[in-house]
Design a protein around this ligand. Structure first.
Ligand code: EPU
Length: 429
């Protein structure tokens, strides 16, 4: 098992580049199944969730070829397999996008229930509601989801909750259905728009992505496309907070500042300076950080995937902040680890009260999910002393070359493998 070892307390300065968005890429990869010709995806992040998605495509019979480090050519033209087994699906949440894509392509899908970060109950009832509205028979038996439809037909879908995954899956299933589909109460995240843009670049007819009503007119043929994944809003936000937490001055490049608005607004309230350029933002601190309340909401609200990171920043601010989690049942599990680093946070259900102590101290900690891991890295960078983070496979699911990128702006962070870790311990003893 690998670990990150961080010698904290170093001010981050310089320039850092953001990779393609995880939560867009993991939907765009299955979307290639809908295409009658090969496609090229650019700005694909080098993360394990992408490798798993590409691996599933390959196992389904697609040809997958890296043209360079971030460009993949995929041909899903001659395929007949519509089954994603447990071993593959359990490794990431986004394997559920193969449901919509396979159903849209073959009128059949058999996909094991997805894995992913443990954030509380993660039902897929809204996904199944969408598939049923398009005429599919849906069943879930022994952890396998089975979908069949002789002919998918456009339909009216109204979601009971705003769901990113269900909105994307409805789009994937509807693009080749006969007639018009209308999705109401749709999610509006930047990756929803990215999926729509990618599908439209292949000849789909999708209108309204980014609003809460999406209309899709089904098409018979989808042609090849070369498409670049949008920059990762959450990776950018994580770097912004790392810069602020270390009192640094960092230019974060390859971002879409519009996607960062909810994060920028909150950070400015906390006392962080942010200057926006066309495709970069400069983040620096020249005064005290101050308390602020945060509530996570679906886009354009403050993103839940930035909640652990901003909570960490608030431990360094003056005063008492209240952080309310509005999306997931259990997204404060990382707080126990932050407490080990000296944070003063109490949690009651979906509400955390953060007493800013202005200071964190290095400690051995464990990442319990992806964004929790990102928060512990920020804490380790800001803390006095040494922080060792275990279970970093969670972090590598969503952050591309994170230690290397952070080292380039002055962080002292190194990845060590377990044998090296035990050797270090032996030497210390
Ligand atoms: N929900 C239902 N029924 C459903 C689907 C969702 O009740 O059928 C509920 C969920 O329980 C949750 C809420 O709706 O309370 C929102 O869930 P959503 O479906 O939007 O989440 P998701 O699609 O499973 C994606 C991201 C998450 C991110 C959420 C919210 C991917 C692969 N995952 O998950 O990303 O937190 O949207 O923005 O896109 C992460 O990147 O760290 C991460 C967890």
């Amino acid at each position: 098992m690998d670990k990150f070892v961080i010698h904290g307390g170093r001010r981050l300065t310089g320039e850092i580049e953001v990779s393609g968005a995880k939560n867009a890429a993991v939907a765009l990869i299955p979307a290639v199944l809908l295409c009658d010709e090969p496609c090229i995806l650019e700005n694909v992040p080098d993360i394990s969730d992408v490798s798993i998605g590409l691996r599933i495509l390959y196992e389904l019979g697609a040809q997958v070829e890296y043209l360079d480090k971030t460009t993949v050519r995929i041909s899903a033209v001659n395929m007949t397999n519509y089954c994603v087994p447990y071993e593959s699906a359990r490794r990431m949440r986004a394997s559920y996008y193969f449901l919509g894509a396979l159903l849209g392509r073959y009128g059949r899908a058999r996909v094991s229930m997805p894995g992913g970060c443990p954030l509380g109950d993660r039902p897929i009832d809204q996904h199944l509601k969408a598939f049923s509205a398009l005429g599919a028979d849906c069943s879930v038996n022994h952890g396998m989801v089975d979908l069949t439809a002789n002919q998918l037909t456009g339909g009216q879908i109204y979601f009971d909750v705003v769901s990113v995954g269900a909105t994307m899956n409805a789009m994937l299933a509807a693009v080749r259905a006969k007639g018009m589909t209308v999705i109401g109460n749709a999610a509006k995240e930047p990756h929803i728009v990215d999926l729509a843009n990618f599908l439209n670049s292949m000849g789909a007819d999708i209108m309204g992505a980014g609003t809460d009503v999406i209309k899709i007119r089904g098409v018979d043929y989808m042609h090849g496309s070369t498409y670049s994944v949008i920059p990762d809003q959450i990776e950018a936000g994580t770097f912004m907070i790392a810069a602020a937490a270390t009192g640094g001055d960092v230019l974060i490049k390859n971002v879409t500042p519009k996607h960062l608005e909810p994060i920028i607004n909150k950070m400015r309230k906390i006392g962080v300076n942010i200057e926006e350029f066309d495709d970069s933002v400069r983040v620096w601190v020249d005064g005290p950080l101050v308390r602020c309340n945060v509530k996570t909401m679906p886009h354009p609200g403050f993103p839940t995937d930035m909640q652990p990171q901003i909570t960490t920043l608030l431990t360094l601010a003056e005063g008492t902040s209240i952080v309310t989690e509005g999306v997931w049942e259990q997204r404060f599990r990382y707080v126990d680890e932050l407490r080990r680093m000296g944070a003063d946070i109490s949690v009651d259900g979906k509400v955390a009260v953060v007493e800013g102590t202005g200071k964190l101290t290095g400690a051995p900690v464990k990442a319990c999910d992806l964004r929790a891991g990102a928060a512990l890295i920020i804490a380790g960078l800001a803390a006095h002393g040494i922080t060792e983070i275990e279970d970093i496979f969670h972090i590598e699911r969503g952050y591309s070359n994170l230690d290397e990128k952070l080292r380039a702006i002055g962080a002292d962070i190194h990845k060590i493998s377990e044998p090296a870790a035990s050797q270090k311990l032996k030497t210390a003893l």
